[in-house]
Design a protein. Sequence first.
Lengths: 160, 160
Amino acid sequence: MLIRPALPEDAAAIWSIVEPILRAGETYALDRDMTEADALAYWLGADKETFVAVEDDDVLGTYYLRPNQPGGGRHVCNCGYMTSLRGRGQGIARRMCAHSLDQAHARGYRAMQFNFVVGVNEPAIHLWLSLGFEIVGRLPGAFRHPTRGYVDALVMFRTL
Amino acid sequence: MLIRPALPEDAAAIWSIVEPILRAGETYALDRDMTEADALAYWLGADKETFVAVEDDDVLGTYYLRPNQPGGGRHVCNCGYMTSLRGRGQGIARRMCAHSLDQAHARGYRAMQFNFVVGVNEPAIHLWLSLGFEIVGRLPGAFRHPTRGYVDALVMFRTL
């Protein structure tokens, strides 16, 4: 599997990954009704570097890397990762996160922060913990899950 | 003192409050070199409701209220407050925060979150604690203070 910067011609493949995750509304605090144009403008925004994970010309995952805050907070980065439905269970999120940690380190970031990990998203939490992230904050009832109601969100952090 | 929605003609007064705080770079994770136009576009952005605290036609403080996250996170709001140099020590931040809590409650928000309270900004931390906020997260070394180096930032949260 190759992880490389996203190109304009990856947009349709990225949308095919993002759309079902957005529409489900279970893991990201994003508007579930976002249009394709708005979602791609967000995921490929000028504030971000966006990557794709590709196997045999098939885009199986995508992630972005950006400064988490401007000014005095810009030495800490933030990432978001999405894996395609057909790519699940193959360690793609883990490989994208490891790649992002390397990229972040190479760019001089001192830490990586996830601002809003849905507290009932156990697979993600376990994955980030296994990659060295710590839970540094808990936001009570901060996420309204479509079937489980108000659940906590976690802030996770890893020094680079 | 009157707290009311900001009007277009308040822009110059708002900039006179924001500029020294931005340039000092001690309390907000914002680009210290931001232009007036960019700073006003941020503080008065379409995602925010912006208010001013006025006494005898003198704008002594300003704050914004916005959803902290879209989608499943939009029931939690976020605010930012700034007090003019000449308004310091008069309880203006406290009155703006109390006003914002009322406004947030009236709009149906369930909680208010501050994402990035600089950990050495003791006056602000004490004020938010006295207004019912709790420290729910600590981000190690997440803020580069212009004179004190890397310091922690706090996540503070209050149910409404």
